[in-house]
Design a protein around this ligand. Structure first.
Ligand code: SF4
Length: 383
């Protein structure tokens, strides 16, 4: 059945909020949080570590820290707690993004049972399995992802264990990679340009002749598609192939975006068809999937990326994140003087729904909405 991506109108009289049909928490994040809290309950008195932030959400991570969980690495892989200080009596939780084979091995050597407290999302594992299938057919792998993101580092490590692998961050880099495939660039320059992004022993002379693209599960679907299409086209032109025999050089790699990324992005595309005054996207500032939702919205209308309701100081002022410059800014007069004021709202896969609810309540409050939440909900109540 075709999914319905129409946004839900929350009619507060002088304030109309259009809530994306799919937003917020995904299966992988809920599952990871569940396992993490259960682990805390099941292991009283034990030291509990998380390899890195559980998910990219400050509130969830703060809750875990409050319950005594310590993070071993920050989001960029910087070590906060040394592996040398870990013993086999400790519990180490693997986050939803998964981890590299090297870290897994290190923990196993210490005597930590990584499989017991592993919250790796099945949709991330699906990408690893897909990489393995592609590798078995002797394709090299191009990972479209943020090179420093935990998930991309984990996927790179799993893919590289089976086949030559290289990471591209965006289309610009995919275009440069294509120039090594079609001979436009000298092959040895690859090692400088893609330093730190290719697997050990990567041989540009042979490892770029047959490729498949997989991606970090939270990338922008259209970006991954464009990158795959570009590299496929480079292969077609370089080796004079057609759609019938392109598989000789380019693996069909549909399916590696996770369902939550797809649904949340599709819901935003649909929501953006509504003529509105502004959009608010709620999520952690280091959340990849949230930043992509922001990217889609800001192409169309003024967009404010916030991580909590209290970033909306008043009807005049809002603090919001510019993920391009990685700065939090304060904007004044962000609400146009209109009635009804139309605001689009969505949130990232790592954002608890309660925060979105707080944001809605805050908007109702600062706009002195003519209908309160109970009155707005009447329409949805069944007798
Ligand atoms: S965004 Fe997708 S891959 Fe990531 S945790 Fe959620 S369901 Fe899993």
């Amino acid at each position: 059945m075709k999914k319905d991506f129409t946004p839900t109108l929350l009619d507060f009289g002088n304030l109309h909020i259009y809530l994306a049909r799919h937003f917020g928490f995904c299966y992988g994040v809920e599952n990871a949080i569940d396992i993490a809290f259960r682990t805390v309950d099941e292991n009283p008195g034990k030291r509990i570590f998380l390899l890195s932030e559980m998910i990219h959400n400050p509130q969830v991570n703060a809750d875990l820290q409050e319950r005594g969980v310590q993070f071993m690495q920050d989001t960029y892989g910087k070590q906060l707690v040394s592996f040398d200080s870990i013993t086999e009596d400790d519990v180490v939780i693997i986050p939803a993004f998964g981890t590299t084979l090297a870290i897994e091995e290190k923990l196993n050597t210490i005597g930590i049972k990584t499989e017991k407290y592993n919250t790796t999302c099945p949709f991330v594992e699906k990408v690893w399995n897909r990489s393995e299938q592609i590798a078995k057919k002797n394709y090299s792998i191009v990972v479209h992802g943020k090179p420093v993101h935990e998930e991309t580092r984990a996927t790179f490590s799993h893919a590289a264990a089976n086949t030559p692998t290289v990471v591209v961050n965006d289309m610009k880099e995919a275009i440069e990679l294509g120039k090594y495939i079609n001979g436009e660039k000298a092959l040895n320059e690859f090692y400088i340009e893609f330093k730190g992004r290719y697997s050990d022993g990567f041989d540009t002379a042979k490892d770029l002749q047959r490729i498949g693209v997989v991606n970090q599960t939270t990338m922008l679907a259209s970006d991954t598609q464009a990158i795959a299409d570009h590299l496929k086209q480079v292969m077609i032109e370089t080796y004079q192939l057609t759609e019938n025999n392109i598989a000789e050089r380019f693996a069909d790699t549909r399916d590696t975006l996770c369902y939550a990324t797809n649904d949340n992005q599709s819901a935003v595309y649909e929501m953006l068809k509504t003529a509105a005054d502004l959009a608010i996207v709620v999520g952690g500032y280091n959340s990849s999937n949230t930043s992509h939702l922001v990217e889609l919205c800001e192409e169309k209308l003024p967009t404010y990326y916030i991580n909590a309701a209290d970033k909306i100081f008043s009807a005049d002022q809002i603090a919001h994140y510019n993920f391009h410059t990685r700065q939090e800014l304060t904007t004044t007069d962000f609400l146009p003087d209109k009635s009804p004021l139309k605001i689009l709202i969505t949130s990232g896969a790592s954002c608890p729904d309660a925060i979105v609810e707080d944001v809605i309540e805050r908007l109702v409050e600062i706009t002195s909405a003519t209908k309160n939440i109970d009155a707005m909900l009447e329409k949805y109540q069944t007798v």
